[in-house]
Design a protein around this ligand. Sequence first.
Ligand code: DX5
Ligand code: ZN
Length: 216
Amino acid sequence: MRIEILPSLLAADFGHLADDILRAEASGAEALHLDIMDAHFVPNLSFGPDVVKLASKVAPDFYRNVHLMMTNPEKYLEAFKNAGAQTIQIHVEASCDIHAELKRIREMGLKNALAINPETPVEALYPYLDEVDEVLVMTVHPGYGGQKFIAECLSKVTEVRKRKPDLDIMVDGGVNGETAIEANKAGANQFVAGSYLFKQTDMKAAVDDMRRNTHV
Ligand code: DX5
Ligand code: ZN
């Protein structure tokens, strides 16, 4: 387990996506977070496998963490794998056989992760904790970047950390220099940040600060 910082490409300038992927890589962040929205699981659309493929091409060594906010992620696992996804995150609220799809992601040679929305009780994760490489605790209602951090979600981080001292636990939504510290105190070791990191003139300085202020 280590501290990982993941800029979310959702907050990039879509007119200069390739440049912004390189900017995120040059910040020293561990991985790129790619948000896939299907306009059904969440009330918004973002982008699909082609953007994951672009990231694979532009920055082949920059790890790709793909967050599927989709009702039926099982239909798209192959497409995202072929596009270069390295971790695939599905939601515990998705309409699929969660045990089966977590297994399938691993069988594809990728890391899997299970994400949980703010309104879903932490107990929903318990049946899967021995089958996941990572848990993603949403700290906003998914669908949009730039929302306010919901601190109440952090009790879920603490509960999972108690049960799984060595599991990667990620927070996503409203993460900035301050809320990352709060999330880290609760037990998180991976931090997705979209608008906060992309608005920086010096992204590397913000990533360095976040890393300096958090610990495993
Ligand atoms: C929310 C997405 C997040 C989003 C975070 O639906 O899953 O990854 O990009 O954006 P910020 O950091 O701006 O809240
Ligand atoms: Zn996300």
